[in-house]
Write a protein that binds this ligand. Structure first.
Ligand code: F0G
Length: 460
């Protein structure tokens, strides 16, 4: 048969078990919004039709992952499932110490309990919100040093997650003694799911070596990042993604990981490093809050499912489908004139709410207004990544975030193309009416991580 490619994006799986979706009316959704104080995190999930709040822990596990669950050994210490897990992690990330934890933020808390503290400064391309919160909770300062192109929603740079090497060098020249480690988030979630190039990571390594600083990866979406390297970086196009991942790992001294993303888990994470002393400190912390270090707050069956997920996520057919299907949504929105952060990221499409609703001041939360409208009009749940999430300053004042985005995160292997076609239609309907979007004000908020629980009221 002729091997010419077809343009239809084929999901490289078929459906084996289905979950019902509930259809609601617009009138019902208006009521649910009022009850939730216009905070989409406060909705009941069964009132959501297409849930694009996150790609974290919301993916579908495979037949082989469910089968692996039957192999779970629930021994408190030294379970065979732990060794299956460690072998699978080490196949891609050959670090000496691999410590399971219940999810990514536990890895962050434990790492920064050891490395953070008042007066410390942690550079990252862009801290994810929990990473920033865990750095700041120790009294340290979290500094984002992504390249300037990474802050411009319309710039087409192929690696918008890259670190600004000159800025990193300048920070270390001034504060070397206060910097316990350098972090790199791959892909850069808060900056639009944008990848980091191998070349840039090599540059970061070089700067770290010059100042003798360890480099840690926040590697939640490592396989998507490696696929972008294969597609976009010179000389990488013929390589196996697993080899590219091993190259990324070889440049680092350790990693924090949420296994709810690329490892295809519904729960889980790990912390890994080369340094024996640091590992000992971290294991002590793990025992305090997670559990014995061979299970880290997970069941043995979870460790087995993650080991299998790690084998599946570096499959080229899967990654081609994953990245192309996210781009399918993004490209369709662009074709309809809807402002979307470019290039399209790996796990999500980010709508530029400021671009869509320029009549709203950033302090009227255009991202929140857009996210609420997507739910009211079509039952779609998305996530504001803008002034609600990042606008509150440590002194309690409020500033506009650098961008006001609404993230449509795509759970792995969960929605079909017709679900996404529906999302496109809803976005188009909301965009046509964008001039009528009303802003929001916050009526109650906690002192930190306010986006999860803040209460809102429409303005006017
Ligand atoms: N780092 C990054 C880059 C993340 O995207 C996340 C989670 C974490 C760390 C924390 O991991 O949730 O397992 O504790 N991101 C999810 C999201 C919540 O929706 O983007 P976790």
């Amino acid at each position: 048969m002729d091997d010419a490619p077809f343009s239809t994006i084929i999901e490289p799986f078929r459906i084996h078990s289905v979950e019902p979706l509930t259809l609601t009316t617009r009138q019902e959704r208006r009521e649910y919004l009022r009850t939730a104080s216009y905070n989409l995190f406060q909705l009941r999930a069964e009132h959501v039709l297409i849930d694009l709040l996150t790609d974290s822990g919301t993916g579908a596990m495979s037949r082989d992952q469910w089968a692996a669950i039957q192999h779970g050994d629930e021994s408190y210490a030294g379970s065979p499932s732990y060794f299956v897990f460690v072998d699978a992690v080490r196949e891609l990330f050959p670090f000496e110490h691999i410590i399971p934890v219940h999810q990514g933020r536990a890895a962050e808390r434990i790492l920064f309990a050891a490395l953070g503290g008042p007066g410390k400064v942690v550079p990252n391309n862009t801290h994810f919100d929990t990473t920033r919160a865990n750095v700041e909770a120790t009294g340290a300062r979290a500094v984002d040093l992504v390249i300037p192109e990474g802050r411009d929603p319309m710039n087409e740079h192929p690696f918008k997650g890259n670190m600004d090497l000159a800025a990193l060098d300048a920070l270390l020249a001034e504060h070397a003694a206060d910097v316990p480690c350098v972090m790199m988030t791959i892909t850069n979630n808060s900056g639009g799911g944008q990848p980091v190039s191998l070349e840039n990571l090599r540059g970061v390594r070089e700067v770290c070596d010059r100042y003798s600083k360890p480099l840690f990866l926040d590697a939640c979406r490592f396989a998507e990042n490696a696929w972008f390297i294969r597609e976009r970086e010179a000389g990488q196009g013929d390589r196996d993604v697993a080899d590219i991942v091993r190259d990324l790992a070889a440049l680092a001294d350790g990693m924090t990981m949420s296994a709810k993303k690329d490892p295809m888990g519904n729960i889980g994470g790990w912390l890994a490093m080369r340094d024996d002393g640091l590992a000992q400190q971290c294991r002590t912390q793990v025992i305090l809050t997670e559990g014995f270090p061979t299970y880290g707050g997970l069941a043995g069956r979870d460790l087995e499912a993650l080991a299998q997920g790690l084998r599946e996520v570096v499959d080229h057919d899967y990654l081609r489908y994953r990245i192309r299907s996210t781009a399918y949504l993004g490209d369709a929105l662009l074709q309809r004139g809807i402002p979307v952060l470019r290039p399209i990221g790996g796990h999500a499409v980010y709508l530029d709410a400021r671009g869509l609703a320029p009549h709203l001041d950033p302090l009227e939360y255009p991202g929140q207004a857009l996210a609420v409208a997507l739910y009211e009009v079509g039952g779609i749940r998305a996530c504001e990544i803008g002034t609600v999430m990042f606008g509150r300053q440590p002194d309690g004042s409020e500033l506009p975030a650098s961008m006001d985005l609404v993230r449509l995160a795509i759970p792995r292997r969960t929605y079909t193309q017709s679900h996404i076609d529906y999302v496109i239609e809803v976005c188009e309907r909301v965009a046509q009416d964008a001039a009528s979007l009303r802003g929001y004000r916050i009526t109650a908020e906690p002192p930190a991580l306010r986006h999860f629980t803040a209460e809102f009221a429409p303005i006017g």
